[in-house]
Design a protein around this ligand. Structure first.
Ligand code: PEP
Ligand code: MG
Length: 322
C-alpha cells in the first residue's frame, strides 16, 4: 500500500482523463514546510497564521511576521502560498488580546470582524504579508467572510499598505491576490457576488459544515449532524465551486473534507482546482484523483445529489469507491 503510493511521488496530479489538479498542504508554522514538501505537496493551500500569534506572549511585530511568511514563500520556490490572516475567536483564543467573553463566540467578534475593528493592528500583518510577497507567490486569504463589504474593506487596507510600502521604497508584489475563505452559509449563498471581489476562494468545510448544520463538531450528542454528506452541505459546496469557476477565479478547499476520498470525485465533478490537506494525505489523494475520469465523477455527482439523506449519500459514495 505505502509502496504503491510512492509511485505517485513527483508526479503531477491528474484525473484519469488528464485534468490537472493542485494538491496543496495546510500548515500552522514555517517549521511545517519541510514535512509538507517531503510529502510532495505542490503548494501551500492554507497557512494558519494564528499559531504565530498563539505561540507568542504579545503581538508579533511586523518584522517577526515578515520573517515567518518569507521563510515559507522562499521554501516553496515560486509555488503558491496562501496565508490566512488572523482567525482569532471561536475556538482560537489569544490571551493577550483580552477579548471579551461572549455567550456565543462562534457567532461573535472573531476573525475578519475583529481584524477590521482593529485596522492599525491588522495593517501590521498585511504589511508583513506584502513584504513577503517579494519572495514568492504569496496570496492573502480572509477568514470567516460573510459579506461583500468585508472583502472590500480588507482590500482597501491592502491598498493603503501598498502605498505606505512604496513610499518607504520596499518591495512587494503589486498584484498580490486577496482571496477568501468560504466557510459560512452567508458566503456560500452570495458566492457569485463574492467571486466578483475576491481573487480566489478556499472552502473551509470545517466551519461550513458546522454553521450549515448548526452543529458543533465538538458536541458528541449531535455529532451525527456534523457530516459533509448532508444534501444541504453538498449543494452548498457545488454552488461555491461552480460560482467561482464561472467567474474565472481559482477555487480550492482547505477544510478536512478535501482529504476525504469519498468526497473527492464529487469535488472533481464540480470543478474544484486545489485540494489542500495535511501532509500525510497528499499521495493518497493524488492516487484517488488519478482513478476517476470527469465523466465518472459527473455521473456519481448526479446520482448522489438526487438522494435525500446523509446515510444514503455516504453509502452511494462508498459503493462507488475504487
Ligand atoms: C475550515 O474552517 O474548514 C478551516 C480550514 O479553517 P479552520 O479549521 O482553521 O477553522
Ligand atoms: Mg475555519
Amino acid at each position: 500500500e505505502k509502496a504503491a503510493l510512492e509511485s505517485f511521488r513527483g508526479q503531477k496530479t491528474v484525473t484519469a482523463d488528464g485534468i490537472e489538479k493542485i494538491l496543496a498542504c495546510n500548515i500552522g508554522s514555517p517549521d511545517d514546510v519541510a514535512n509538507a514538501l517531503d510529502h510532495d505537496c505542490e503548494a501551500i493551500g492554507l497557512f494558519r497564521s494564528e499559531f504565530l500569534f498563539m505561540d507568542s506572549p504579545e503581538l508579533p511585530s511586523e518584522d517577526e511576521q515578515f520573517e515567518a511568511y518569507r521563510k515559507v514563500a522562499t521554501a516553496l520556490k515560486g509555488a503558491p502560498v496562501i496565508i490566512r490572516t488572523l482567525d482569532v475567536g471561536g475556538d482560537k483564543e489569544i490571551p493577550y488580546l483580552h477579548m471579551q467573553k461572549e455567550d456565543n463566540p462562534f457567532m461573535g467578534f472573531r476573525a475578519v470582524r475583529y481584524c477590521l475593528a482593529n485596522p492599525d493592528q491588522y495593517k501590521v500583518q498585511l504589511r508583513a504579508l506584502l513584504r513577503a510577497s517579494a519572495f514568492g507567490d504569496v496570496k492573502i486569504m480572509i477568514p470567516l467572510v460573510t459579506c461583500v463589504e468585508e472583502v472590500k474593506a480588507v482590500k482597501e487596507l491592502v491598498e493603503e499598505c501598498k502605498h505606505e510600502l512604496a513610499d518607504e521604497g520596499r518591495k512587494f508584489d503589486e498584484n498580490i491576490q486577496v482571496g477568501i475563505m468560504v466557510e459560512t452559509p452567508a458566503a456560500s449563498l452570495i458566492a457569485d457576488k463574492l467571486a466578483e471581489v475576491a481573487d480566489f476562494f478556499s472552502i473551509g468545510t470545517n466551519d461550513l459544515i458546522g454553521y450549515t448544520m448548526c452543529a458543533d463538531r465538538g458536541n458528541d450528542t449531535i455529532s451525527n449532524l456534523y457530516q459533509v454528506y448532508y444534501p444541504s452541505v453538498l449543494r452548498s459546496l457545488k454552488n461555491i465551486i461552480e460560482s467561482g469557476s464561472k467567474a474565472g477565479i481559482m477555487v480550492g478547499m482547505c477544510g478536512e473534507a478535501a482529504a476525504d476520498p469519498l468526497l473527492e470525485p464529487l469535488l472533481v465533478s464540480w470543478g474544484l482546482e486545489e485540494f489542500s490537506m495535511s501532509a500525510p494525505s497528499i499521495l493518497r489523494a493524488r492516487k484517488t484523483i488519478s482513478q476517476w475520469s470527469k465523466a465518472e465523477c459527473d455521473a456519481l455527482a448526479e446520482k448522489v445529489l438526487a438522494l435525500d439523506t446523509a446515510a444514503e449519500v455516504k453509502a452511494a459514495l462508498e459503493a462507488a469507491q475504487k
